[in-house]
Design a protein around this ligand. Structure first.
Ligand code: SF4
Length: 415
C-alpha cells in the first residue's frame, strides 16, 4: 500500500533523525556538486549526493537541472531514510554532536525551518522525491577563484594554490595538494542564476563564500534580481570575504537586503599576514577593511581569524590591533589538515603561547588550552616541518623571516 502524504507527515514528525535541510537547502561546491549541507561527509565520495552512483550518472550545477540534482537517487534515499527515522551515514557528524550533548546543525536547522515540515513533507513522495523544489536557504560556494593562497588553504578552495602544488609531487602531500583546474564555471553562468531564482520564491537566507566571492561578479546578477523583484528585504545575506576588496557595486546591493553579516578573514597582522595569507599586501587589506568598517552600523561585521600553528603565537597582539574598531573577533581553529593544528607546537613554544596570550578572555584561554592539549597525531609535527619547507621553497620565502618564534625549529639552510 502506498503511503499517503499525511502518513508521511506523521512519520516525519516522529522521526528522530529528520533534518529540514535536504528539503529546503542548496549547498553547492566549487566543482558544481551539491550536498545536503556543508557538513555532510564527503570523504567516501558516496556523499556527493548530486552523484547517482547506482547507475553512474554524475550531476553537476550548470549542466543539470536543479530538480534533477535534488531528486538524484542519493538525495531521495536520504530523505526516505530520514522520514523513516533511520540515521543516514552521511549525517553522522550531527548525530555524534547530539550524542555528546552539543547542539547540532540539524537541530539548528530544524529550529529555523522545522515549522515548514507539513508543507515540505506533503510535497514528498514515499521514495523521497520532492515534487516542488522551493529553497529557503542557499549556500553558494562560488568556485575556487581567489587572489590569495593562504598556507591553511588548498587548491580546492583557491585556484592560486595551483601555482605551488608542483613542490608536493612525489611526497606524502601530493594526494591532498594537486592541480585542480575547474573547467565548468557554473558560478559565472547567468542561466544557473535564472533557474535558481525560479526555486527561490521563499528564500530566507543566502550564505556566499568561495574562493573569494567578490571576484565572481556574476553572483551580483542574482542579488540584483532579488532586489528588483522585491524579495531582498526579506532575505539575510551572509558572506565570508578576504578583505582584499569591497566593490561599491556590491555594497550598494547589500544595503537592500534585510540583514547582512560579513565575516572578514584576516589571520595575523602586517608581514605576518603576508606569510600566513600569502601573498596578501597589508596596505591593501587595511584599505579595504577601513572602507567596510564604515558600514559597521548597517552590516554585522565580524573578523574571522583562522587559528593555526602559524598565528596562535600572536592572538593577543592581533586582538589589540583591531580593538579600536570594536568588532567581534571569532577564532576558527584549524582541525584539518592536522599538520597545521596548534597542538603540533613544541612544548616550549606552547608555554610561550600561553604566557603571551594570558590576557585573553577566559573563554578564549580555555579554548586555546584545550586546542593546544588535544592528542597529537604521531607524525603531525614532522609533517608540519616538511610542509613548510616545501611551501617556502615554492614561494621563495622563509617562515622565520615572518614568524620569528619558529626560529629554533627550522635549522635548514635556505639557499
Ligand atoms: S543532519 Fe546534519 S549533516 Fe545531515 S543534512 Fe542535516 S545538518 Fe547536514
Amino acid at each position: 500500500m502506498v503511503e499517503s502524504s499525511s502518513d508521511l507527515v506523521v512519520k516525519a514528525k516522529e522521526s528522530k533523525s529528520l533534518c529540514s535541510l535536504p528539503w529546503v537547502h542548496l549547498a553547492t561546491h566549487p566543482i558544481g556538486t551539491v550536498t545536503p549541507c556543508c557538513l555532510t561527509d564527503m570523504t567516501d565520495g558516496m556523499s556527493t549526493s548530486s552523484t547517482d552512483y547506482d547507475d553512474r550518472v554524475h550531476y553537476f550545477l550548470g549542466k543539470d537541472k536543479l530538480e534533477t540534482i535534488a531528486n538524484s537517487t542519493k538525495f531521495k534515499k536520504l530523505r526516505k531514510e530520514m522520514i523513516n527515522g533511520t540515521f543516514p551515514k552521511m549525517c553522522q557528524k550531527c548525530y555524534r554532536y547530539e550524542d555528546a550533548g552539543v547542539e547540532s546543525k540539524r537541530q539548528e536547522a530544524n529550529e529555523q525551518y522545522g515549522k515548514y515540515l507539513d508543507e515540505f513533507i506533503s510535497g514528498t513522495n514515499p521514495d523521497g522525491e520532492i515534487t516542488k523544489l522551493e529553497y529557503r536557504y542557499i549556500e553558494l560556494r562560488l568556485g575556487a577563484v581567489c587572489n590569495l593562497k593562504c598556507v591553511t588553504c588548498n587548491p580546492f578552495s583557491s585556484n592560486r594554490w595551483n601555482q605551488d602544488v608542483h613542490v608536493f609531487k612525489g611526497t606524502d602531500f601530493e594526494k591532498d595538494y594537486f592541480n585542480n583546474e575547474i573547467k565548468t564555471e557554473w558560478y559565472r553562468d547567468l542561466n544557473f542564476y535564472d533557474e535558481l531564482l525560479t526555486k527561490s520564491k521563499n528564500l530566507e537566507e543566502i550564505w556566499i563564500n568561495g574562493g573569494e566571492p567578490t571576484l565572481i561578479k556574476e553572483h551580483g546578477y542574482f542579488l540584483q534580481k532579488l532586489i528588483d523583484n522585491g524579495q531582498s528585504k526579506n532575505i539575510k545575506l551572509h558572506y565570508s570575504l578576504n578583505s582584499t576588496k569591497f566593490p561599491d557595486s556590491f555594497i550598494q546591493m547589500w544595503e537592500k537586503f534585510k540583514k547582512v553579516r560579513i565575516q572578514i578573514s584576516i589571520d595575523d597582522i602586517e608581514d605576518r599576514n603576508f606569510y600566513v595569507r600569502f601573498p596578501s599586501d597589508w596596505e591593501v587589506i587595511m584599505s579595504a577593511f577601513s572602507k567596510i568598517v564604515k558600514y559597521k552600523d548597517i552590516f554585522d561585521l565580524e573578523i574571522c581569524q583562522t587559528v593555526s600553528a602559524l598565528n596562535v603565537y600572536n592572538l593577543t597582539r592581533f586582538k589589540e590591533y583591531f580593538d579600536k574598531h570594536h568588532l567581534p573577533i571569532s577564532h576558527n581553529y584549524v582541525h584539518y589538515p592536522t599538520h597545521l593544528q596548534v597542538n603540533i607546537l613544541p612544548e616550549e613554544l606552547k608555554k610561550k603561547v600561553l604566557n603571551r596570550n594570558s590576557k585573553l578572555a577566559d573563554f578564549e584561554i580555555n579554548k586555546l588550552t584545550t586546542e593546544l592539549n588535544k592528542p597529537l597525531e604521531k607524525t603531525a609535527y614532522s609533517r608540519f616541518i616538511s610542509y613548510i619547507n616545501l611551501l617556502d621553497r615554492a614561494r621563495e620565502v622563509k617562515i622565520t623571516d615572518y614568524l620569528p618564534e619558529w626560529e629554533p625549529y627550522f635549522y635548514r639552510t635556505y639557499e
